[in-house]
Design a protein around this ligand. Structure first.
Ligand SMILES: [Zn+2]
Length: 131
């Protein structure tokens, strides 16, 4: 029971998606049609990378950043969105895990009604609205 769709033969040998990436336009169209198992694996890997990033956070901040970077790359590639909590967990500029009072400052801005999270590594301010 193999769903062979005639797309260049989806046999066991054609596990080389990079070549298909060269056919640019059709690649964009296929974006959301990644097989479910791939998305599932991507999600698992992202979770693993985040937990690794947490673990290495104290002793190897550089490594931790790298893990977050990789998780984001996987997310981009497989069109996996991070849940809200995960999205705010890291700095979008330098991939540092944001922990209040350790690597970030959190301030409420009453005028704009936003939570301002300031990354202490690169001073980037992220704003999130509150109700
Ligand atoms: Zn930062």
């Amino acid at each position: 029971m193999t769903p062979a769709l005639g797309a260049g033969g989806s046999g066991f040998k054609s596990q080389r998606p990079h070549f298909n990436f060269l056919k640019t336009k059709s690649n964009l169209m296929r974006r959301s049609q990644k097989p479910e198992w791939q998305t599932k694996i991507a999600k698992e890997r992202i979770e693993i990378l985040f937990s690794l990033a947490e673990r290495e956070f104290k002793e190897h901040p550089q490594r931790s950043r790298r893990y977050v970077e990789l998780a984001r790359k996987i997310g981009l590639r497989y069109n996996v969105r991070f849940p809200k909590e995960d999205k705010r967990k890291f700095c979008k500029n330098c991939n540092t895990l944001l922990k209040s009072s350790v690597t970030s400052k959190v301030r409420l801005d009453k005028n704009t009604r936003t939570i301002n999270v300031i990354c202490l590594n690169c001073n980037k301010v992220s704003r999130y609205p509150y109700k």
